[in-house]
Ligand binder design. Structure first.
Ligand code: G3I
Length: 389
């Protein structure tokens, strides 16, 4: 990577929040804001998205729709710092069809509109999963009172209706999420049981492709970063999908990292999947560590832990930068208050996993990522913003 001084002059610093232009010209070229057309979307030249633009790498975030719009700081950061957004929850089946036969697209539509206003691409998450299913379908993802034939018809309709609803608005779809267990065996979900195997995955990709041929279709999972039974099983499986000409475009590496487990063999794993002729993406990155008991769940117990976290964030980003086919880098949210980690890992307590603290102030981890992106701009290696779209 060529190390070059950061020379920024072309991007200015106004951002459109639901149509309202906010000026923030601290790092903008003088006069740029006044000269720009009123509809232009502008953001700070040293924002993560601006730095990512310079190397054609989309920097994304998961978005909590309970905060977007109502929380001013949260909304401003979402618009200014990120060039891609992923709904953290509102495109999941449980939320789009809580009552059988009645769709509620409103929160997801609001995110898509926000993304358009702010010139962001959308990662659709997720069409086929065993978790967060509506209770009328399954309460645990593994058991159901519905017949196999009903399940097959329901999944087909769900994939087709949802992809059609958002046709043209989604950059990457996570078509199937987390179909394998850590031991590399297929997860015995309601879908696996209904099909009597993994055939539901090829079907889902085909239905999604028919409904929106331009969307990039991804398989998405966690722990693919570590070479081992799960990563190997998914690798073998997607290789088979490619051989069968199933319309799969990419593999998402979630990247839920933890300082206690060591940094994974991420770059090599991204590269071997890319070598199958696939795009890859880091889709849900966070770096958790041991933290204090409530209410200080985002205060590391070890004062040195943030240094390890900085290193993990930096290496996770650099792994993506080093693999040409890695088209987006997406942290799973940006404020520790809104992270899923403290609620999920509470014995022992873990947290402090994101780039912004509980007051939505950037942490040292943010500045490390910002610096890495700035330095990477000295070595352009991509085709420009939104490479692969
Ligand atoms: O919306 C209800 C609310 O009405 C209710 O009062 C409250 C009570 O618990 O629950 C709310 O729903 C919660 C939902 O998030 C929205 O906040 C669910 O309980 C909670 O389980 C759900 O957690 C989400 C989790 O997926 C579910 O598995 C997290 O926010 C979300 O970050 C997490 O994201 C997943 C990715 O989709 C896939 N990869 C792993 C990642 C982390 O688990």
């Amino acid at each position: 990577m060529v190390r070059s001084a950061l020379s920024i002059g072309v991007l200015s610093a106004t951002v459109l929040l639901g149509g309202v232009a906010l000026t923030n010209s601290a790092s903008a070229e003088p006069g740029a804001a006044a000269a720009a057309p009123s509809k232009a979307v502008r953001y700070p030249a040293d924002s993560l998205r601006a730095l990512g633009d310079r190397i054609g790498l989309r920097i994304g975030t998961a978005v909590n729709m309970d905060e977007l719009g109502s929380n001013t700081d949260y909304t401003k950061i979402t618009a200014e710092q990120f060039s891609s957004v992923t709904p953290e929850n509102v495109m999941k089946w449980q939320l789009v069809e809580p009552t059988r036969g009645t769709y509620d697209w409103a929160p997801a539509d609001r995110l898509v509109a926000f993304a358009k206003t702010n010139k962001q691409l959308v990662r659709g998450h997720t069409l086929v999963w065993h978790s967060q299913l509506p209770t009328w379908l399954s309460s645990d993802g593994y058991t159901t009172t519905l017949s196999n034939d009903e399940l097959k018809a329901l999944l087909k309709k769900h994939v087709q209706d949802q992809v059609k609803h958002f046709k043209g608005d989604i950059w990457q779809w996570d078509v199937v999420n987390e179909a394998f267990d850590d031991d590399g065996k297929p997860r015995q979900t309601v879908w696996y049981k209904a099909w009597g195997g993994l055939g539901y995955i090829a079907d889902a990709f085909r239905w999604a492709h028919e409904a929106d041929p331009k969307a990039l279709l991804f398989y998405n999972d966690y722990n693919l970063e570590f070479t081992g039974p799960k990563s190997n099983a998914v690798y073998d499986f997607v290789k088979t999908l490619k051989a069968q000409r199933v319309p799969i475009d990419g593999v998402g590496f979630q990247g839920h990292l933890d300082t206690q487990y060591g940094f994974p063999d991420l770059q090599n794993n991204l590269q071997r999947f890319a070598d199958l002729g696939l795009k890859v993406a880091e889709t849900e990155v966070d770096v958790r560590t041991f933290t204090q008991a409530a209410p200080n769940v985002n205060t590391p117990t070890d004062p040195l832990a943030p240094y390890a976290q900085e290193s993990y964030w930096s290496r996770a980003l650099k792994a993506c930068l080093a693999v040409r086919e890695c088209i987006s880098f997406t942290p799973w949210g940006f404020g520790d208050t809104y992270s899923w980690i403290p609620g999920w890992f509470d014995n022992p307590q873990e947290g402090a996993a994101l780039l912004y603290d509980a007051d939505l102030k950037p942490k040292s981890q943010y500045y490390v990522i910002q610096q890495d992106l700035a330095l990477a701009a000295g070595a352009p290696r991509r085709n420009g913003p939104g490479a692969g779209h």
